[in-house]
Design a protein around this ligand. Sequence first.
Ligand code: AHR
Length: 502
Amino acid sequence: MLKSHVIADRDFVVASLDRRLFGTFVEHLGRCVYGGIYEPGHPTADENGFRGDVLALARELGVTIVRYPGGNFVSGFDWEDSVGPKAQRPVRLDVAWGSTETNQFGTNEFIDWCRKAEVEPMFAVNLGTRGPREAQQFLEYCNHPGGTHFSELRKSHGWEQPHDIRFWCLGNEMDGPWQTGSKTALEYGRIATETAKVMRWTDEGLVLAVCGSSFCDMPTYGEWEYTVLDQCFEHVDLISLHQYFENHEDEIDRFLTAIDDLQGFITEVAAIADAVAAKRRSVKRIMLSIDEWNVWYRARSGEQLRARGWPQAPRLLEEIYNFEDALIVGGALLVMMNAADRVKSACIAQLVNAIAPIMTETGGPAWRQTIFHPFALASRYGHGEVLRLKVDTGTFAAGRQTKAPLLVTTVVHDPETGQATLFALNRSITEKMALTAELRGLGDRELAEAFELHHSDLKAINTRDNEHEVSPRAHPAAALKDGMLTATLKPLSWNVFVTRRA
Ligand code: AHR
């Protein structure tokens, strides 16, 4: 049996965990909005047409912030189409996804949905086909209290109070040739700067995220981040990272190292941002927003990626997740939590149907995909301060990694409630792992709960008729005595140990 030892001490803190790390994403894409969160006439729909079953699952998932309305969609989005009386809203071609957009769900409906789901909205503005003027007007419509053309327009549409949207993304994936109105780094850096300026002049206290690279293998990666930040460093708070994990080769050991690649991506982007700060002799630190991430590679080509014939709400990107994908999602969450000093928000893409933890049948039920579970547990127990750990464990080589640790672990301690939770991923494909963890300085403790996410079949999936095939179970082999947690971790398992003051 493998052995791993962890030391955590309450005084050695990485940073407070920003709850925006447990964000997700709703794009006008496929059946994410229509047939996902919104389906008038569905048996569980409320008077707004919001599906009650999806709302309940979004709450259970523990989502804190939701990015909207895209994605690639936003780069051709005219916000004016999405507000006002529904009967007067135009039907448009959405060229990003080859679909017909009816605009029956729009900006104000999304805000209502967020209020009902008790999540924070995160909005993206269109910097593909539009610019600072339209972004400013959209912000004025959403956030200005009243007395101006756009704020009064909102009121006339029935939303008296301002939406008070704090978090804004300055466009989406502007480095990608697939993006409507993609730009060079210099072009984008300039338009992002001018947009940020007028948005801040309209509403102080916004949090602004600028687009980084669409993924870390983009030919312009690195140079893009430097050039963009060199333009807009003074005007933005965060830079985005997007990362979709792939397993085309069906090699589990290589797939498992995707999370180490994410760790490298985070380290590199933070370093580039700091290089831009150094050039300016600035103490300001740009934070990171991983505002799209997930496993996504199966439903990523042909008619699963782009509809033909301009249908409404086609089945696009409907990735079916298996147990190994849940391990990767769980591992990625640990990497992000351990980087809590730089990663201040993250959005698993997306919420429902399109590359999503929640699946629905239009007119039928909703259920949890495998990846739902690590996310829900991480959000439920990821409160407080991430502790800096000393970890002794074996390593393995795969993919780009030569020394990937077999144990990936995170400890989060909440000084207010006294709860301390250890998350642990055993990446050995064949070996059990005897885990010992010293929880120092945390006083007398007891094990409150412990969970194991494991399945003997890496390809096991949850379906509408068998939705609990891959689900967390009570951990069968864990104990806590005299500040020492001991547990046996199954090969390829993701585990959670929740401790509280005795
Ligand atoms: O999340 C699906 C798509 O992936 C988004 O629209 C785009 O930003 C990314 O390429």
